[in-house]
Design a protein around this ligand. Structure first.
Ligand code: ATP
Length: 908
């Protein structure tokens, strides 16, 4: 770092230097570094990041796969079986365990990679001034000497020596543990000031709680204070959710039950059925292996990870995994308007001054177009209030337009970009900002809804430019700019003009000005809040996103109420809500009505209304609380630093990836990469699909385990010859768990996922319906297996051949059952139902190949005591599979009818 300091003041710490000394020290002008110099310094200092925590080694990850009670039981069984000299049995049990571990290892690795990729999508950014214009760059690319701009909600991207500040308050808990924000200003402090008192510095990793500022980077990466405190960042999030933990507990209890049951069966076999202890033991081991759903936890994790990946592909980046589950039960989505439901591509369409109304032509941000009245172009210079309004629009503005290829893009706020385009159409050049330099400002804040700047001309005369929400500005003005002179303000006339523009769906902004004494270099709220002269209004259009209209419709069909919460004017909000097709678009509730209502009133308003206008972030929090008290599970969007409490409180807080502040992103469960409402609907869809898939995985795994166990228990209790040997049971588990079981984790959403109402928040995963299906299917498996067994014996086939038929029958039934489970409520007898998916087909092909080997390969015949199955018997086996579908589909049909009879949805 020292290499970039001129050395003049290198013996004193930065916080004690004067601003100009600090700038000189890093050879940085007020326009920031040149790009080439930034590149050179990046090469010299390396990227601005802290070394990441070391990931677990592959070997450790593999070992972790065995750290599971179900696996311990299996390993113990293998050890005892081996001690008894049954090498094949022990080998197959080990095979089950290892295959399970390999599958878990590979899939978990992919899941972790997916999460890493998602994390990098959330890499922080910084606003810098380089060679003049303001740019957004990745925080990693900052170098010492860069000029960084700070705004409320930003995470400070590097250690900065402040050169400018406005009400800047920074929360330094990350560094000092102190959660009360401290005031910051460029004034130097004593060289020996402790960290917490260095108010002239902004430290990397701390959070801008309010105000704005700028600073020169003095330390990046490990050379920052936070880098010194902790050399490592990045905690590894465990791949789990409440639901998975619940299943884990369930699996552990199930293991205890299985072990108890197995002991009882062992005792019964030896005491009541005269089994030799060793045979009985082997059978019971087979039983335990059959019953233990050892693959379940891994497959459920995989289903979750696939969901996260699919959501990321749809621009919904999950920051906290439990959100994936919660999304499936969301019944209300509260969303911002600007940029989420609308395109946030603003264009000034109308201007109103005391001289009348003007239309503005042109497309997008391209600064080409005309100002017209009565179908004729007008020259703004001949309409003084209009010219002055355009000047204020350009000066009270931080945005810049940049030409990229054929198009124009905005650096900064899109609405301000639209104002720059308008000012240029009115004949002004951006250079005007240099000629009328700004010496002080009050940045825009959703709390007070205006922005004000102080400028000085060559003659030294000063004036304020103010822009903001019309009601707010009308209260701050007492005069209006007339053609010749100032006139008293006619508030009612202006209110009518605002209403007229807003009713067309335009966002309305008012602009005002005020002369200031020549010597004043700064100003206060009191200066800006009174004695202003109104220049006029601008109307901006920001059309709804087409895809948002469709997504709102999807949500409504899915039983999800969409509510719009906006800072905009009520009339604008109503019109846009109507265009979007929100249910109750006509009645907008305004923020003021939410200020002091009684609890029941607040709840009633929150429940009934769908449009909330002129709201501030506190209103969002109150709405979340009111709706939650009504028992809704809700998602809430937000972007500002003040939205963080509402985002934290909501069941699923959703932050905007582009225009959102770091503070909002960190408070949120999910971040939208494209700020688009349609992505929320897509995430809900995927969330529901994940939950469905978890249920399907369970619905498939448990009955197959249950069916196999019941077959053995029934045989022992009733004193039949075992229809399959313990080692054959192990084989079935080994081949089906690694193939069929996993296929379900990849299931796409069912076609009707967005036509069902949301799942009740408290609905247990093992619902009554699911438990019933597990029992029902287990019984069907027993009937099919015993039926084939006795039929084979009756025809005089040897025991080994009959057992081979039984093994194949069970596997075939599992395959057919898989097809049935893929649709929970609908019939599987459809084109897509029969064709399956790639994952399903691959799994079926793999299992079929393995079963052919098992049946016909000589070594398998020796290992597993199998015999070839005749073609006719093979056909019969497949027919049993087909026949299994009949009761399963009938059950779904009855369920659907019952649901309809009861007047419910089709979920019986
Ligand atoms: P949403 O909450 O749906 O994103 P919004 O962007 O309109 O809507 P806010 O950002 O809170 O909400 O803005 C509220 C009002 O403040 C706007 O309607 C506008 O009148 C005014 N406003 C917004 N941005 C600025 C700005 N940069 N300068 C001055 N006034 C602004």
């Amino acid at each position: 770092m020292e290499s970039d300091r001129t050395g003049a003041a290198a013996d004193r710490p930065w916080h004690a230097l004067a601003v100009d000394e600090a700038l000189r020290d890093f050879v940085t002008g007020r326009d920031g570094l040149e790009d080439s110099e930034a590149v050179r310094r990046l090469a010299a200092h390396g990227p601005n990041r802290l070394p990441a925590a070391k990931p677990r080694s592959a070997f450790r990850r593999f070992l972790a796969q065995f750290d599971n009670l179900l696996i311990y039981v299996l390993l113990a069984a293998a050890a005892i079986t081996l001690a008894l000299g049954h090498v094949i049995d022990a080998g197959v049990i080990l095979g089950v365990v290892i295959i399970n571990a390999v599958v878990g290892f590979v899939q978990e690795g992919r899941a972790e990679q997916a999460l890493d990729a998602i994390r990098s999508m959330l890499a922080p950014q910084a606003s810098v001034v380089r060679g003049g214009p303001r740019l957004t760059v990745a925080a990693e690319e900052l170098v010492p000497g860069d000029l960084v701009l700070l705004e409320a909600g930003d995470r400070v991207p590097a250690d900065l020596r402040l050169i400018r500040s406005r009400n800047l308050r920074i929360e330094e808990a990350a560094l000092t543990g102190e959660s009360v924000p401290v005031e910051k200003a460029p004034v130097p402090v004593a060289a020996d000031a402790p960290l917490g008192d260095r108010s002239s510095m902004a430290f990397s990793g701390t959070l801008v709680a309010a105000g704005s500022g700028a600073g020169v980077v003095v330390g990046t990466g490990t050379a920052t204070e936070i880098g010194r405190v902790s050399a490592l960042v990045g905690t590894v999030e465990k791949l789990t959710t409440p639901l998975l933990r619940q299943m884990d507990t369930f699996a552990r209890r199930l293991t205890a039950v299985i072990l108890g049951g197995a002991a009882a069966v062992f005792a019964f076999a030896v005491l009541a059925r005269d089994y030799a202890a060793e045979d009985a033991f082997l059978t019971v081991v087979g039983l335990a292996v059959a019953a233990i759903p050892e693959g379940l936890p891994a497959v459920m994790t995989i289903a979750l990870a696939i969901g996260v990946r699919r959501m990321a592909a749809r621009n919904a980046i999950v920051r906290r995994l439990p959100a994936v589950e919660t999304l499936g039960s969301v019944s209300v989505i509260c969303t911002d308007k600007t940029g989420t439901l609308t395109r946030n591509e603003m264009t000034v369409r109308a201007v109103v001054t005391t001289a009348g109304s003007f239309a503005v032509t042109g497309v997008g941000y391209e600064p080409r177009g005309a100002i017209r009245r009565d179908e004729e172009d007008v020259d703004p210079a001949t309409h003084p209030p209009l010219a002055e309004l355009a000047r204020a629009a350009l000066l009270c503005n931080d945005a810049a337009l940049r030409q990229v290829g054929d198009g124009w893009v905005v650096e900064g706020d899109p609405m301000e970009g639209a104002l720059v385009a308008f000012a240029r159409k009115a004949g002004l050049e951006p250079e005007l900002r240099r000629h009328l330099p700004r010496t002080d400002e009050i940045p825009f804040d959703a709390q007070y809804r205006f922005m004000a700047t102080l400028h000085h001309g060559h003659d030294g005369g000063g004036f304020l430019c103010v822009k903001g929400a019309p009601e707010r500005l009308l209260a701050m003005c007492d005069r209006q700019r007339g053609a010749a002179d100032d006139e008293p303000l006619d508030r009612d006339a202006w209110r009518a003009r605002v209403e007229a523009l807003a009713a067309e769906g335009q966002r309305v902004l008012a602009l005002a000005t005020k002369p200031m004494p020549a010597g004043r270099r700064d100003f206060t709220f009191a200066d800006a809040e009174g004695g202003l002269t109104l220049l006029g209004l601008v109307g901006l259009i920001d059309p709804p996103r087409e895809e948002a209209i469709a997504a709102v419709r999807d949500c409504q069909a899915a039983g999800i109420r969409v509510k719009m919460i906006t800072g905009d004017h009520a009339a604008t909000a109503r019109t846009i809500a109507g265009q979007l097709g929100l249910e109750n678009a006509r009645d907008a509730v305004t923020g003021r009505e939410l200020d002091n209502p009684s609890e029941p009133e607040l709840r009633r308003a929150a429940r009934a209304a769908d449009v909330f206008a002129r709201t501030s972030p506190e209103h969002k929090l109150r709405l979340v609380q009111a709706l939650q008290a009504e028992g809704t599970v809700l998602a809430m969007t937000g972007d500002g630093v003040n939205d963080a409490p509402a985002l934290k409180r909501a069941d699923v807080g959703i932050a905007m990836g582009r225009k959102g502040t770091e503070a909002a992103k960190e408070a949120a469960e999910m971040v939208l990469a494209d700020d688009n409402f349609a992505s929320i609907a897509a995430a809900v869809r995927e969330g529901r699909a994940v939950y469905d898939n978890l249920k399907k995985v369970i619905a498939w795994t448990l009955p197959t385990n249950g069916g196999e166990s019941l077959i053995i228990i029934a045989a022992i209790l009733l004193g039949f010859t075992l229809p399959l040997t313990p080692v054959q049971i192990l084989w079935i588990n080994m081949v089906t768990a690694a193939t069929l079981g996993i296929a379900l984790a990849f299931e796409p959403p069912e076609p009707d996922v967005m036509r069902r109402p949301p799942r009740a928040a408290r609905e247990p995963l093992l619902s009554g319906l699911l438990v019933w299906r597990i029992v029902f299917t287990s019984v069907l498996f027993v009937i099919g297996a015993f039926g084939m067994f006795f039929w084979a014996l009756q025809r005089g086939l040897p025991l080994e051949a009959a057992r081979t038929i039984v093994v194949n029958t069970i596997v075939v039934m599992e395959i057919f059952y898989l097809f049935s489970v893929r649709y929970q409520y609908r019939t599987s007898f459809t084109r897509e139902g029969v064709l399956g998916t790639r994952a399903v087909l691959l799994a079926v092909a793999a299992v079929t190949a393995l079963q052919f080997l098992f049946t016909y390969a000589p070594v398998m015949q020796a290992l597993f005591e199998t015999r070839p199955v005749a073609f006719r018997d093979g056909l019969a086996i497949v027919l049993v599979g087909v026949a299994l579908l009949v009761p399963l589909e009938l059950e779904k049909l009855v369920g659907r009818c019952l649901g309809r009879l009861r007047g419910h949805d089709h979920r019986a």
